[in-house]
Design a protein around this ligand. Structure first.
Ligand code: NAD
Length: 488
């Protein structure tokens, strides 16, 4: 295939670049200016992709694990070789600063390599009485990978690697807010995979529901909000599709009294405001021990003040804008609710966010400075719901049992962290938190070898780790008896 062109974006179906009659565009969240046109897929485009993926599955599922792994590893190298181009797309469509965009792109090859170091092998689990029983992992078929806008490349790569390594084929659907890098990643992938193995369709709000209800798709791997996840599961139930749902979080960070206050405050600020708070496992509630609350909050405010907000192309910027106007309005609605419900905004209150946003064609972006809120009631919206933006509420606590109960008092259970030097006490608390990932003295940082998923309303199933790969397989118990034995 020829060189990637960064000024034209097509669907990728059956190894070919396919344009559509209708196009749309997303908006650069730093400038409010339109990005380039992308396809709006029709039902026919989806049918074409499903047909191609079903055909490709017949041969791809019979290739060896090694062959699939090698193709993926080459794909990973090729992404790294194009890192500047992909990172620039990410800044333009997602808004994140260039160094973080480059990190997301570099993470692709790392994710691929790490997942490719795992293997699902046949295992004889019983061998007695003239019969062996072998556990096998057999690919499911055609997968649909539905991707959100916060980490478009990182999340697409996780889905593609799981699907392809285990012998499935996939149709990816980017978020309408961030279709560019995903389409180009799929285009690049055509150099390494046979036609129909990796497809990608850009579309409007119709495309996701068409995929989840399509009888030719066998599994949906969805990452997005808990509200949409419920709709996805409902729709998938009609065709009994396999589903993995990676959904929202409201991660607590519990701060013990024996910490190094400036150090921990600076780290908590990073884990709360990185990617402008738009990380599923960002720190979204802080519980600091009352004995150090005043000093800790002051240090947290100082740390957050140092984080530069601006266009992702500018030097030294830590936080770009929030990704889109809908998200911008949602975050602002939290600010209004904090003012109404009685929390005290100790950082960011002076910014008149309404005035800074002048509409998508004004040349202004969706910028919101870091906000820190104290004294919000446990049942207030900011303590219960995920703003998915740069607002961090801080509450205080007195004893371990109480803070464990308050941290767990949520419908969500994605991540959580505990910070302290008394390791016995810290680990005791950590082990009682109801979340799929629990960190001690850090937050957010995951590894592809570890299963990642949410408890309660944060998800169903996991991605990553051996368990993530298993989620893309049918499990078969193969009973083999060499000689027929009469059972009577
Ligand atoms: P979203 O739910 O609005 O959209 C996610 C994807 O689903 C997009 O591609 C969208 O077009 C598609 N979609 C929308 N409606 C659909 C429907 N009815 N059927 C099928 N697909 C549909 O989420 P978002 O705003 O893009 O992402 C932010 C959310 O994602 C946050 O809640 C965040 O916590 C969560 N998230 C979770 C993880 C995780 O791994 N658990 C990772 C990143 C983001």
């Amino acid at each position: 295939m020829t060189e990637l062109k960064w000024d034209h974006f097509s669907n990728v179906i059956d190894g070919k670049l396919v344009d559509t009659a209708e196009t749309r565009y997303s908006v650069n969240p730093s400038t409010g200016k339109p990005n380039l046109p992308v396809p709006v897929s029709t039902k026919d485009d989806l049918d074409m992709a499903v047909k191609a993926a079903r055909k490709a599955f017949k041969t791809w599922s019979t290739t060896s694990w090694e062959e699939r792994k090698n193709a993926l590893l080459e794909f990973g190298k090729a992404i790294t070789a194009e890192k500047e181009g992909f990172a620039k797309l990410l800044v333009q469509e997602q808004g994140k600063p260039m160094p973080f965009a480059l990190r997301e792109v570099a993470g692709s090859e790392f994710t691929i390599k790490t997942l490719c170091s795992l293997k699902l092998e046949d295992e004889v689990i019983s061998d007695e009485g003239g019969r062996t029983v072998t556990r096998r992992y057999v690919p499911i078929g055609v997968g649909g990978g539905i991707v959100p806008w916060n980490y478009p490349i990182g999340i697409m790569i996780v889905k593609v690697t799981h699907a392809l390594l285990t012998g499935n084929t996939i149709i990816c659907k980017p978020s309408p807010f961030t279709p560019y890098a995903n389409l180009k990643i799929a285009e690049l992938g055509q150099r390494f995979f046979p036609p129909g193995v990796l497809n990608c369709l850009s579309g409007d709000d119709n495309l996701g529901p068409w995929m989840t209800s399509h009888p030719g798709i066998d599994k949906i791997s969805f990452t997005g909000s808990s509200a949409t996840g419920r709709k996805v599961m409902e729709s998938c139930s009609r065709t009994l599709k396999r589903v993995t749902l990676e959904l929202g979080g409201k991660d607590p960070a519990i701060i013990l009294p024996d910490i190094d206050i400036p150090l921990v405050a600076s780290q908590v600020a990073l884990y709360a405001f990185m990617n402008s708070g738009q990380i599923c496992v960002a720190t979204k509630r802080v519980y600091v021990h009352s004995s150090i609350a005043k000093e800790f909050i002051a240090a947290l405010v100082e740390a957050a003040k140092r984080l530069k907000v601006g266009d992702g192309m500018e030097e030294g910027v830590f936080m770009g804008p929030v990704n889109n106007s809908m998200q911008y309005e949602k975050v602002l609605s939290f600010v209004e609710d904090i003012r109404r419900e009685g929390g005290e905004i100790v950082l960011g209150n002076e910014q008149d966010t309404k005035l800074r946003y002048k509409g998508k064609d004004s040349g202004n972006g969706y910028f919101i400075d870091p906000m820190i809120v104290v004294s919000a009631a446990d049942d207030s919206r900011i303590m219960k719901e995920e703003p998915f933006g740069p607002i961090l509420p801080v509450a205080t606590w007195e004893n371990d049992e109480e803070v464990i109960a308050r941290a767990n008092d949520t419908d969500l259970g994605l991540g959580a962290s505990v910070w302290g030097k008394d390791m016995e006490r810290v680990e005791k608390i950590a082990r009682r938190l109801e979340a799929g990932s629990v960190w001690v003295n850090e937050h957010v940082l995951t590894t592809p070898v570890a299963p990642f998923g949410g408890w309660k309303g944060s998800g169903v199933g996991v991605e990553n780790g051996r368990e993530g790969l298993v989620g893309w397989c049918n499990v078969q118990s193969l009973y083999i008896r060499k000689e027929v034995k009469s059972v009577l």
